[in-house]
Design a protein. Structure first.
Length: 323
């Protein structure tokens, strides 16, 4: 692709430096799409941007049912974990580099997911300690390797519950993990997998159904291999009506100055929700908070099947991509 940038300036002003510097910022190139780790139900991919920069990326692939999937990715990212895949299956991934809504560059790769681990359901806590013992149980170097390889997950606890989300937390009392995967079945019984960074100790699971019991399994991974696993049950709350809280204060004391000054610290206002970009399978929304502040936001909508979805958002955010 190197001849392209030199061809364009040559036709206009072949020897003018300033023109080359103007043209160079618009060029952006994607490096090879490589596989960094594989499990039976997930793939981690990585890439480079050897020239220029992109506003965002879009990873596209077809799931085991042949349905097209699209995963929007931040422009600063150079890797992504794709969860919810099927074991022993070949997938073709296409990564697009976007500037605004325009696709600038595109790279692809094929990946085969790992085989299903038959020992997955039997308590993986014993696996790391069993393997080194069978090799050389009393050798110091092996014992040191076993300590390095050993990583333990603490109890998985429910820290908060809403009608459409559950927040979970855990500890890692021994060792460390590269990443985690949270597995559960949705209200329709479909398996879901949520990839989590190895430094995290909590996660919010969005898009749940009210008054429904879920069983969550947290898997700790090292180099694509599951080292430990913990589970817990959680029941979502009953549904609630969101508009009521804003209506009540207005009816109580609409024109009294003193209560307004007392209420001022708790008052927080959302500006209009606007669409900043649209693709065939995602929408980016943005908003402002002209007065006060919020602890968090919750974006609610119905999917193409009419199922209610809820996306929890950090209180400091002012935009979100809905994939």
């Amino acid at each position: 692709e190197e001849p392209l940038p030199s061809e364009e300036p040559q036709q206009e002003k072949p020897q003018t430096e300033s023109h080359v510097s103007e043209a160079s910022p618009t060029r952006a190139v994607l490096g090879d799409l490589k596989v960094s780790s594989v499990t039976p139900d997930s793939v981690q991919l990585q890439w480079s941007v050897p020239e220029g920069s992109f506003d965002s990326f879009m990873l596209q692939y077809r799931d085991a049912q042949g349905q097209p999937q699209a995963l929007p990715i931040d422009g600063g990212s150079r890797s992504v974990m794709v969860p919810g895949l099927s074991p022993s299956r070949r997938y073709r991934f296409h990564l697009y580099g976007l500037r605004g809504r325009r696709k600038i560059d595109h790279v692809s790769t094929d990946v085969m997911t790992g085989k299903e681990d038959g020992q997955e359901e039997e308590g993986e806590e014993h696996l790391p300690s069993e393997e080194p013992q069978q090799e050389t149980p009393k050798t110091e170097s092996t014992a040191a390797n076993a300590l390095l390889a050993r990583a333990v997950l603490g109890e998985l606890k429910v820290s908060s519950v809403t009608p459409s989300s559950v927040q979970l937390q855990w500890s890692v009392p021994e060792g460390s993990f590269d990443s985690f995967t949270l597995q559960y079945r949705d209200a329709q019984g479909q398996p879901q997998a949520l990839p989590i960074d190895g430094a995290s100790r909590s996660v919010t699971v969005p898009g749940l159904s009210p008054s429904h019991q879920y069983r969550f399994h947290l898997c700790g991974l090292r180099g694509g291999k599951r080292i430990d696993r913990v589970s817990t049950d959680a029941v979502t709350e009953e549904p609630e009506e969101l508009p009521l809280p804003t209506e009540e204060p207005q009816h109580e004391k609409p024109q009294t100055e003193a209560p307004t000054s007392e209420a001022a610290p708790v008052q927080a206002v959302l500006e209009e929700l606007r669409v900043s970009s649209v693709t065939p399978d995602s929408v980016q929304l943005q908003w402002t908070v002209p007065k006060g502040s919020f602890d968090s936001f919750m974006l609610q909508y119905r999917d193409a099947q009419g199922q209610p979805q809820a996306l929890p958002i950090d209180g400091g955010s002012r935009s979100v991509t809905v994939p």
